[in-house]
Design a binder for this molecule. Structure first.
Ligand code: DOR
Length: 459
């Protein structure tokens, strides 16, 4: 029997406009926007005074499952997503075991089907010798992946691939989109050797400096361009990379544009001055940069050189983070506060709700060829989030649902919070409570779409 839910009288953020209207969900799909006033429904949700957005698609999380589940697991990570309005995530391969074979990828998909409250996809990780697996992953029926992740720069999990010959082969001989962590290992090692003395966390940004990020991003863009391979730059941290990416795409003929990029909340909201306050809680890779870099990232987003925002949610326990630098691990959790951080900026007039849904919903779907997500349109999946733009709340460690139980935004007051989240038409978060059942599904990718630059359907 079909089940219908009517979300009545919301301010609905549609492609190109916000309209006061209603949305009808039928069997997990958006059946209508502005349905007949008396449309039959099993459930009516009064959304007067609230905004309805497409669910957020976060293309960069580390949920640590399997193998590092003392930090996070697919259940806790996806619960945090549900409360934060994130209805789909794409997870990174630096788990234990690493996701570097088709079998490991299939195992993660199976695990998520049992544990995840929200929709999921998993990257294939590149190593110096798994080219065949990367190629198999693109053509094994029933095993889906958004693409290949390369650590061109070491980070958590020993997955460094910076040998030129290996990189050339991966870009030349695989077909899945490639994404990379760009920090140049040679520059990082030389910086560290030069400093020599006992280190403090402030040195993290001197060791992983702007030159390390710029050098690796230039190298990756060169590979993508020569091999005409779709490439997405993860967590851009410097104003110079924004300039380089923007310039690259401006100078490429439309059919040759292959590069897209993202910024993360920690680089958009923190800079090197935050080490004094946060210590190693502000340690992540790429490192924090200057206030000018931070301003450059915001400019990149509003001007379009950077297309999307993603969290790089990378939890470690507070005990682990408390180790003296450089023994402390890099990474911060963020999925729960991701949307509120950005809604708060809408309330401060830094950007619009249209910008936020383009950066966090529509464009991630276009970049990764995701089918049926990222927009409120008939026929799209009913992955939706109802937000109260007036609601103010303090971010507090004790309220965090993610397993690590802390946030670098602890003590920050934000205005604009999710009040209800649907995944495939089912409520996974409402009245401050998160569902207990796994409602998530595998994200479906359709490579024939050709990615962000090919769709021409960008807000
Ligand atoms: O800070 C980071 N932490 N950056 C990464 O690239 C990896 C991540 C992690 O997995 O902890």
């Amino acid at each position: 029997m079909s089940r219908r839910t009517l979300i009545w009288n919301a301010r609905v953020v549609l492609p190109g406009e916000t309209a006061r209207t209603s949305v009808l969900i039928e069997d997990g799909i958006i059946a209508g926007v502005d349905p007949a006033p008396h449309a039959r429904a099993d459930e009516v949700v009064n959304a007067a005074g609230l905004h309805l957005l497409p669910g957020v698609i976060d293309d960069q999380v580390h949920f640590r499952d399997p193998g590092l589940t003392h930090k996070e697991d697919l259940r806790t990570g996806s619960r945090a997503c549900a409360a934060g309005g994130v209805t789909s995530f794409m997870e990174m391969p630096n788990t234990v075991p690493q996701t570097i074979t088709v079998e490991a990828l299939a195992a993660k998909l199976e695990l998520a089907a049992r544990r995840s409250l929200v929709n999921y996809g998993f990257y294939m990780g590149a190593t110096t010798d798994n080219l065949n697996e990367l190629r198999r992953a693109g053509r094994t029926p029933g095993v889906t992946t958004p693409g290949i992740k390369i650590f061109i720069g070491s980070s958590t999990g020993n997955m460094l691939v910076d040998d030129q010959e290996c990189l050339e082969a991966i870009f030349a001989e695989t077909t899945l989109p490639i994404t990379a962590h760009c920090e140049d290992e040679g520059t990082v090692r030389a910086n560290r050797a030069r400093l020599g003395r006992p280190l403090t966390v402030h040195d993290h940004s001197r060791i992983r400096d702007d030159r390390a990020a710029v050098t690796a991003t230039l190298r990756a863009i060169d590979l993508a361009k020569r091999h005409r391979h779709r490439f997405h730059v993860l967590h851009v941290s410097t104003a110079e990379e924004v300039r380089i990416i923007g310039e690259h795409n401006r100078l490429s003929a439309p059919h040759e544009r292959v590069v897209t990029a993202e910024a993360c909340p920690h680089h958009l909201f923190f800079d090197t001055s935050d080490y004094d306050r946060l210590g190693t809680l502000a340690q992540m890779n790429p490192s924090l940069k200057t206030a000018d870099d931070r301003a450059g990232l915001w400019r990149g987003l509003t001007e379009g050189a950077i297309q999307i925002v993603a969290t790089d949610h990378a939890p470690h326990t507070l005990e682990e983070k408390a180790a003296p630098y450089p023994g402390s691990p890099s990474g911060v959790p963020a999925v729960e506060v991701f949307l509120p951080l950005m809604l708060n900026e809408v309330n401060r007039d830094r950007c619009t709700l249209g910008d936020v849904t383009a950066w966090m919903c529509d464009r991630p779907a276009r970049i990764w060829d995701i089918v049926g997500k990222g927009r409120i349109e008939p026929g799209y999946d009913a992955d939706l989030v109802l937000v109260d733009m007036e609601k103010e709340r303090l971010v507090r460690n004790e309220d965090q649902l993610c397993k690590s139980g802390w946030s670098p935004w602890h003590g920050t007051r934000l205005q604009g919070w999710p009040v209800r989240t649907w995944v495939g038409g089912r409520t996974v978060f409402a009245d401050g409570r998160v569902a207990t059942e796994a409602h998530g599904r595998e994200i479906v990718f359709d490579r024939k779409r050709g990615g962000y630059w090919a769709t021409g359907r960008t807000q």
